[in-house]
Write a protein of this length. Structure first.
Length: 266
């Protein structure tokens, strides 16, 4: 109804403006004849629009459009429940991502450590190929009962086991100024150089977990020449030792898995 009235008023407005004899025109003109020039014309047109209901109709139309837009904006907004669901999903995904990163980091450190074990084994074999003997003095030698960081002790069987500490590391690196190992590498041949050390004085090489959690290396050498070595079990079990057929065995403790070793024979 208001739309039809608005259309009628809009069509009748030009005729009203052209017909100066219309009494409504005279009445409106008389009531709005204030001001001078453009100001008077604007007042007159505004009075006409209000008299014939054009401005109120347009105002109601604009209000309805604004209300429609406001309802759409409220409809498109997130509710509190939807926000909580999104936050929960993000938290679950972050938890899965953290677990994956931790697992990948652990396996990468194990892989780096296994590579270093292989390099240590190769360095000792090169030492034997060069000097045709193993270092048999008491430098960093583990006693008759061998224990690796809390693992069950077992007797020595004629072979030698060393904790790869700072003195043997210097010997493998070709350092001849160290009086402790001066006679073990007289020619100063560089068999291996280590890049990661603990915070002890003097520092010793450690595994890929770094100085905060890294563990020292242990090495056992086949001194009696039977090509067999008695080594600690690499995982907890009823049998604390294993017999392997190797000339050099190297291992270290896995800080992420208590009771497990990282070894070079597997």
């Amino acid at each position: 109804m208001n739309t039809l009235k608005l259309k009628a008023n809009l069509f009748s407005l030009p005729r009203l403006l052209l017909n100066n004899a219309n009494p409504d025109y005279d009445m409106v003109k008389t009531g709005c004849n204030r001001g001078n020039g453009d100001q008077q014309t604007l007042r007159f047109l505004r009075c006409l629009l209000f008299k014939y209901g054009i401005v109120p109709a347009m105002t109601g139309l604009s209000r309805s459009i604004f209300a429609f837009r406001s309802s759409r904006s409220r409809k498109n907004a997130f509710t509190l429940l939807e926000l909580l669901v999104v936050i929960t999903i993000i938290a679950i995904l972050l938890g899965l991502l953290y677990g994956t990163i931790h697992t990948v980091s652990r396996y990468s450190r194990e892989t780096i450590t296994r590579g270093e074990l292989a390099n240590i084994e190769a360095a000792w074999k090169q030492y034997y190929s060069y000097y045709h003997t193993w270092p048999t003095n008491d430098v960093e030698k583990v006693g008759n009962s061998i224990s690796a960081a809390g693992f069950q002790r077992y007797k020595s069987d004629g072979d030698l086991q060393y904790e790869l500490g700072p003195y043997l590391a210097n010997m493998l690196a070709g350092v001849t100024s160290d009086t402790t190992t001066a006679g073990l590498n007289q020619d100063g041949v560089v068999f291996m150089e280590f890049t990661r050390f603990d915070k002890e004085t003097p520092p010793a090489p450690i595994s890929a977990w770094g100085w905060s959690r890294g563990q020292r290396y242990y090495v056992k050498l086949d001194v009696n020449g039977d090509n067999t070595l008695l080594v600690p079990a690499d995982a907890p079990g009823s049998n604390p030792t294993n017999t392997i057929f190797r000339r050099v065995a190297v291992w270290t403790v896995n800080p992420d898995l208590p009771g497990h070793l990282i070894v070079n024979w597997k």
